[in-house]
Design a binder for this molecule. Structure first.
Ligand SMILES: Nc1ncnc2c1ncn2[C@@H]1O[C@H](COP(=O)(O)OP(=O)(O)OP(=O)(O)O)[C@@H](O)[C@H]1O
Length: 197
């Protein structure tokens, strides 16, 4: 995908741009920056969830998004949370659930799972969509250190296996290296991209 963003405003407040970003399969990029700088706004534009900006988004890549909150369907069992939104078959869903350490949880409802387990289910769901590029918005925030490390390692392994690209939004400067992602920083108002640190 390639984003050529001339500008993004909320009302009369310019928030982002000008900036360009380009990521293809196999490339990993981490967007760092302080709270409120516009990281989630940028990811929502790339994800096609916000069309109100000046610029162009091109590419036609298949995208999957992992948000900080797992955004699961509460009235559906774990395995259905993977199959229904993605259209993948039950065998593939089981395989992915096993890869994220959730074998045996297929019939559980989200409320019967811990936050860490729900996040891993959301990760399995994202990869079930067979994305060319995975978009992640602070997916490891508010997890204890051990669970966060496990999620990061799982994400890296699934990226390796699938060959998907990654755009990760985070305020944790340690995460890009752990995922093999090149860091860039959003900075200023309106925010533009500068090379990290
Ligand atoms: N729907 C909206 N309407 C008006 N202003 C908004 C809206 N969404 C975000 N903003 C503003 O745009 C700016 C960027 O917000 P954004 O959520 O993208 O920041 P962020 O870098 O992701 O922050 P955080 O790290 O805290 O999640 C903020 O000043 C925010 O208040």
């Amino acid at each position: 995908m390639k984003l050529d963003l001339k500008g993004k405003s909320f009302g009369d407040q310019p928030v982002l741009g000008p900036l360009t970003m380009q990521v293809t399969r196999g490339q990993r990029l981490a967007v760092l920056g302080p709270s409120g700088v516009g990281k989630s706004t940028l990811l929502r534009i790339i994800a096609g969830l916000d069309h109100r900006y000046d610029g162009t988004l091109t590419g036609g890549d298949r995208l999957a998004v992992v948000f900080q909150e797992p955004t699961l369907l509460p009235w559906r069992r774990a395995i259905e949370n993977v199959t229904i939104p993605t259209g993948c078959d039950a065998g593939d869903a089981r395989d992915l659930m096993e890869q994220v350490g959730l074998n045996g949880h297929e019939a559980h409802y989200p409320r019967q799972m811990s936050l860490g387990q729900q996040r891993r289910l959301a990760l399995a769901r994202a990869f079930a969509a067979r994305p060319d590029i995975l978009l992640m918005d602070e997916p490891f925030a508010s997890l204890d250190a051990e669970t966060a490390t496990r999620m990061i390692d799982l994400t890296a392994a699934l990226l390796d296996r699938s060959g998907a690209g990654l755009i990760l939004v985070t305020h944790d400067a340690g995460e890009p290296a752990r995922l093999g992602a090149s860091p860039v920083r959003l900075s200023g108002r309106p925010a533009t991209l500068v090379t990290a640190p």
